[in-house]
Design a protein around this ligand. Structure first.
Ligand code: GLU
Length: 549
């Protein structure tokens, strides 16, 4: 038995299989069609879902599902200090609210689905140990018993000497210690971490291809990085290698803050005799402030939190559509050419992502959202608006849902067609948009253009003829019929040809009626509105108006 084998046995007596046996027995290759990608979104359950996280999750999920592959949700909970109770459920629910659905992984409340789990790192300790044991046997990992003070002293020495900080070369105190010393330290029960015995050299180079950034060349890793912490829990670097290998991930999509660590990761894959997945590093979402750009910040920007979009009532698909516009610059063209298609039909491509961070643009989100709402059916608008109101405006929820057919009727006015209206940006706008359909919310908020005396003449002439059950022609016919006696032209063209002959035209007449009935100067189709409001309500509103004039 070599020293390395003996050490491996001492360190990991509980590990009985090799990585190869584990892989073959428990994590066989997936049967997928050519080109299908296995991706994962791997958040830490810190109790906060950042919009940048939703963006990464969406990209991972889209890449998997547009290629016919598998999307995994893996929970990276090795940093127990940052973990928040209920953090996993918050992520799962948050992503589900946005329509981001994974095929495998955490489901919240301790539940998981899929054959390549567990999908929660704290439940996978034995797997990391299997891989670490083999590295020790091959002489590629070793225990390091340095105390915090010793590490501090190394750092100070390196600072004074002006060399790269870290546990490497002559500073790697336990790298070449004799076996007897290592065994003695183990027997004395000294705490230790497991480190990689890196074969890298300062100045050595490593090359890799990033699916977004193309070819990248960096200095290779020469630091004996920690693989397992003193409690046996892996660092991110080691967990990434083991997890993405066992889960058969083919395409890693993650934040670009990890680019600096790629040389470490590639080295660990190589030393473990494993094939590394492909990488795609996403630039963070940026915010423009006082002419300069910075990362969207959890502390400073309310729109960094996913809860902001939910509370404002942005429809989930609108947020997704917006994230697709900043994800792939050709999304907007595709959307124009495929007006009716669902966004999941868009062929999302990693190589069409920008390497510099996209700017978060609230105005753009609003316009994308207004378009998304305009594409919905009245039924969908009703369902989503009432679901939002139920949570955030219970009084309005009561009004909206008291008569669902009536509410759906109001949402169907001017919906569809070539040029749909875009008055609703998010669900909190619905109350304002629909206020005049509900007596408790009805107020005349704008001032009409015509003088009160003129309004009075028009409304007095119109009221006896009004019939909200008229079809559109009959309804408009009556507005025209009252024109001559009032001195208005029933025909706008005739008025324009000789304005001096009239007090106004039929458009002015309908404007007064519109104002009396809705309290507004600008609304969707007035005939449809009056038909829905009904004779009684319209009569009451016009009568009230006359009484006030
Ligand atoms: N848990 C890591 C993070 O939240 C995930 C990085 C990765 O996707 O590999 O940053």
């Amino acid at each position: 038995m070599t020293d390395y084998t003996r050490l491996a046995q001492l360190l990991f007596p509980h590990v009985t299989q090799t990585p190869q046996q584990l892989i073959e027995g428990r994590f066989p290759p997936r049967t997928l069609k050519e080109g299908a990608q296995v991706t994962r979104f791997a958040p830490s359950p810190t109790g906060f879902l950042h919009i940048g996280g939703v963006f990464s999750a969406m990209v991972s999920e889209r890449v998997a599902h547009t290629t016919g592959g598998v999307a995994i949700l893996r929970i990276e909970d090795t940093d127990k200090k940052r973990e928040v109770a209920g953090g996993v459920s918050l992520i799962v629910r948050g992503l589900r609210d946005f329509g981001i659905v994974f095929d495998e992984g955490a489901l919240g409340d301790g539940e998981e689905q899929g054959d390549y789990g567990p999908y929660t790192q704290s439940l996978r300790a034995e797997y990391y140990h299997v891989f670490c044991k083999e590295l020790v046997e091959k002489g590629l990992a070793y225990p390091c018993f340095c105390t915090a003070e010793e590490l501090d002293a190394i750092r100070q020495k390196q600072e004074a000497a002006g060399v790269t900080p870290g546990y490497w070369g002559e500073y790697a105190l336990w790298c070449d210690r004799p076996m007897e010393e290592v065994e003695a330290a183990l027997q004395a029960g000294k705490p230790y971490v497991m480190r990689l015995r890196s074969p890298g050299k300062p100045g050595g180079r490593v090359k890799f291809k990033d699916a977004i950034r193309g070819d990248i060349e960096m200095e290779e890793n020469f630091v004996d990085v920690v693989l397992l912490k003193s409690d046996g829990i892996p660092t991110y670097h080691f967990a990434h290698v083991v997890d993405d290998t066992l889960m058969r991930v083919t395409q890693v999509v993650r934040a670009d803050e990890w680019i600096a660590s790629v040389p470490i990761h590639l080295q660990i894959f190589w030393l473990c005799g494993l094939k590394a997945p492909k990488y795609a590093h996403i630039a963070p979402i940026m915010k423009e402030e006082d002419g300069s750009r910075r990362k969207l910040s959890k502390r400073k920007d309310p729109e960094a939190a996913v809860s902001y979009f939910i509370e404002e009532g942005y429809p989930a698909e609108a947020v997704m559509e917006y994230l697709l516009t900043i994800g792939n610059s050709n999304f907007e063209d595709w959307r124009r050419q495929n007006k009716e298609a669902h966004y999941t039909e868009f062929p999302f491509k990693l190589n069409k992502m920008s390497a510099s961070g996209a700017l978060f643009d609230l105005q753009k989100l609003k316009s994308v959202s207004a378009e998304a709402v305009a594409r919905m059916s009245a039924e969908e608008v009703y369902d989503q608006a009432s679901a939002w109101a139920q949570r955030f405006d219970p009084a309005f929820y009561g009004l909206l849902t008291a008569d669902p057919a009536y509410a759906k009727g109001l949402f169907s006015i001017d919906r569809g067609g070539k040029k749909p209206r875009k008055d609703i940006v998010c669900w909190q706008d619905v109350k304002g948009y629909a206020a005049y359909f509900f007596d408790p919310l009805f107020v005349r908020e704008e001032v009409p253009d015509l003088e009160p005396a003129e309004q009075k003449r028009i409304l007095e002439a119109y009221l006896p003829l009004m019939d909200c059950a008229d079809d559109k022609d009959a309804w408009f016919g009556k507005l025209k019929d009252i024109c001559p006696a009032l001195g208005y032209s029933p025909d706008v063209k005739a008025y324009k040809a000789a304005p001096e002959r009239f007090r106004g035209h039929v458009g002015d007449v309908s404007a007064v009626v519109r104002w009396a009935v809705t309290g507004r100067k600008n609304t969707p189709d007035l005939h449809a509105i009056m038909a829905l409001l009904g004779q009684e309500r319209c009569r009451a509103r016009i009568t009230d108006c006359l009484a006030a004039l």
